[in-house]
Ligand binder design. Structure first.
Ligand code: HEM
Length: 606
């Protein structure tokens, strides 16, 4: 007789081995699989009635392993298994022997295999002779450290930093990942050793999304990539700073942003007039307004708030980001690249829909192109393709790469800003005194008859400090897009080989107690010096846009847009929490983490 709770992990692991592929084929994402793992790896606990409960006991693995391990199968009801404390499941010696054999085989397999299907960044590549590899938790055979990482990856990796320091190593399936934390360490890696850390890993998901033409996901760092990034930067800058079409604005970007922000406030007013005490969910209005700004720059047009096609595209973009963050098995277990995977198929379908939208817009532009009348970023890129034969520089890039620039900008240009605004509104209703201070600044520097403009930002340090504090406290882009080493490097005494995937933990920097003192407090004042001006040395430490060669191209754009949207909203409206609504600042891990849904009530200020 073997105690049930001792046997569970072994039996579950055996089940896992058998049913793991089934899960993939039935469309389960990494997120689900982590969930199943939780169910099987945490031993059952006892509830107040003396029954054993399982952490996520309705997961198929738990149920399955229970049915195998208990000799007399008892009824399973809503995840509670009615077995008294010391009751044991008797196990056949064959089952135990099978478990032990499986584990033994996995240990041998984990040690011996060097560059098999399951190992493409194996430890053996590390040069242990001169410098050691970074430390890290001991990986399990096959799954590596996937179990320790869990669902809230930003929290678990921040916790592991306390144990292993700023540079540590993990194995996610077969993928070796070096995790960098700490402001100085990250800065040293991404700025001082910028080129060595400027690659992108050759992740299956990147190629599924971008097919080699994207600047953002391209893993080949070198002259061609540098040129592509320069092109992307110039396209964005020249169109943001182009002459406005109407009067009043200083540049095209300001014109678009101010118009969309004013439109958004109007739509919120109209929606609120229709609702009563329930309040309104500001999310969809924010989404359409923000996405319209980047759409106007890229394609020279805006969409109506109820345009179905546009809303679908915005939705599809969100879904791709969600699936992307859930992790893809083919990246952790390369053998799955050779099998059809429903979750990957879903991503490909979404990407195709997105591409069809882009292609339609690009084709429309090609049909109506006039080189003497460049209307937007797409036109500018088409002109570049036409001229590229004459230009030695751009001939390094294919037409596909050049045109893909507009997709890079469009894809990156709204979800992060929308999330920033959603968090901002949540903090504003949670901390009404902070809203008072921003409105005081608005009244002082903008006044009733004017609407906010870019030029107001420099004179409103408290509002700027608020935006930085939202970035820091919410840390809603917890990691940058994964990086990769472009050559072997010895970094802070550790050897990291070429082609190692590197995670940059921005969340940890933003919650580092040594840097902030009271990181868990939401306190915009921390960014103001005694004269009430913005402390630039401190704002630089907030990590949200990355650093160095791969730094975000839209950081200035994003800060200006957030400033104008927030101040335009607070200029005309007071926003408040709906009575009785609990405001929850927690969130789930993702590439961009959104707050949980909430509603607001509004009242006119003037
Ligand atoms: C608050 C808003 C934004 C946040 C928090 C944000 C954050 C980021 C982050 C973390 C990265 C990855 C950096 C790295 O891998 O090290 C990134 C890359 C990028 N972002 Fe942003 N972003 C924002 C807005 C924008 C906007 C508005 C645009 C363009 C209109 C943009 C364009 C890009 C591009 C093109 C890249 C790829 C850069 C590269 O791979 O070299 N972003 N952004």
């Amino acid at each position: 007789m073997v105690s049930l709770s001792y046997c569970m992990p072994f039996l579950s692991f055996l089940c896992f081995l058998i049913f793991f592929p089934c899960l993939i084929f039935t469309g389960h994402s990494m997120r689900h699989i982590f969930f199943y793992f939780n169910g099987i790896c945490f031993p059952p606990f006892k509830d107040k009635n003396g029954f054993f409960c399982f952490v996520s006991s309705l997961s198929p693995f738990s149920l399955l392993s229970l049915s195998i391990s208990t000799c007399n199968m008892r009824p399973l009801l809503f995840g509670i298994l009615p077995i008294k404390e010391n009751s044991c499941g008797s196990l056949s010696s064959v089952t135990v022997a099978l478990c032990l054999l499986t584990l033994l085989l996995m240990v041998i397999w984990g040690r011996k295999s060097k560059r098999s299907f399951f190992h493409f960044h194996h430890d053996s590549q590390l040069d242990h002779t001169k410098y050691p590899p970074p430390p890290g938790p001991k990986p399990w055979p096959l799954v590596g450290n996937l179990l320790q990482v869990g669902e809230q990856i930003h929290l678990s990796l921040t916790g592991l930093r306390l144990q292993y320091g700023d540079i540590f190593k993990l194995r996610l399936g077969s993928l070796t990942v070096v995790v960098l934390s700490g402001y100085n360490t990250i800065r040293q890696a991404l700025v001082r050793h910028g080129e060595a850390f400027a690659g992108r890993p050759n992740l299956f998901i990147f190629s599924a999304i971008a097919n080699g033409t994207s600047m953002t996901f391209n893993e080949n760092y070198g002259p061609v990539w540098l040129l592509h990034k320069k092109l992307c930067k110039n396209a964005l800058r020249s169109f943001s700073q182009a002459e406005p079409r109407g009067f009043g604005a200083t540049c095209l970007l300001e014109e678009h942003i101010c118009a969309e922000a004013a439109g958004m406030v109007q739509v919120i007013r109209e929606k609120a007039a229709k609702e009563d005490m329930e309040g309104i969910d500001p999310a969809t209005t924010l989404v359409t307004s923000v996405a319209n700004v980047v759409c106007a720059l890229c394609f020279g047009k805006r969409y109506d708030y109820s345009d179905k096609e546009f809303l679908t595209i915005v939705d599809v973009n969100n879904e791709v980001l969600k699936l992307f963050a859930a992790g893809n098995l083919a990246d952790f277990f390369p053998v799955f690249r050779y099998f059809p995977s429903p979750s990957l198929r879903k991503i490909v379908q979404y990407v195709r829909r997105m591409n069809r939208f882009m292609e339609r817009n690009i084709e429309e532009h090609i049909d109506t192109f006039d080189k003497n009348r460049i209307r937007d970023i797409t036109d500018a890129l088409i002109a570049l393709c036409e001229e590229r034969e004459e230009s030695k520089d751009t001939s390094m890039l294919s037409n596909d790469q050049i045109i893909h620039t507009v997709i890079d900008i469009f894809g990156a240009g709204f979800d992060t800003i929308i999330a920033g605004l959603q968090w901002s509104l949540l903090y504003l209703i949670k901390f009404p005194d902070i809203q008072d201070k921003i409105q005081q600044e608005i009244d002082e520097h903008i006044g009733k008859p004017q609407l906010p403009r870019f030029s107001n930002k420099a004179k409103m340090p408290f509002t700027e400090a608020f935006i930085y504090e939202v970035f820091r406290h919410a840390s809603y882009v917890p990691f940058t897009i994964p990086h990769c080493t472009t050559r072997d490097i010895t970094f802070n005494g550790y050897f990291i080989p070429k082609d190692t995937c590197v995670f940059i933990n921005q969340y940890q920097v933003n919650h580092d107690i040594d840097l902030w003192g009271d990181p868990e407090k939401f306190r915009p004042q921390r960014f103001l010096n005694p004269c009430g001006l913005l402390n630039k040395e401190l704002t630089e430490k907030v990590q949200i846009f990355g650093m160095g060669k791969r730094r975000c191209l839209g950081d200035e754009f994003a800060r200006l847009e957030m400033f104008v949207f927030l101040t335009t909203l607070l200029h005309g409206l007071r926003i408040e929490n709906v009575p009785g609504q609990e405001l929850d600042l927690s969130t789930d891990f993702g590439l961009t983490m959104k707050p949980r849904p909430y509603r607001i009530t509004i009242s006119q200020r003037f």
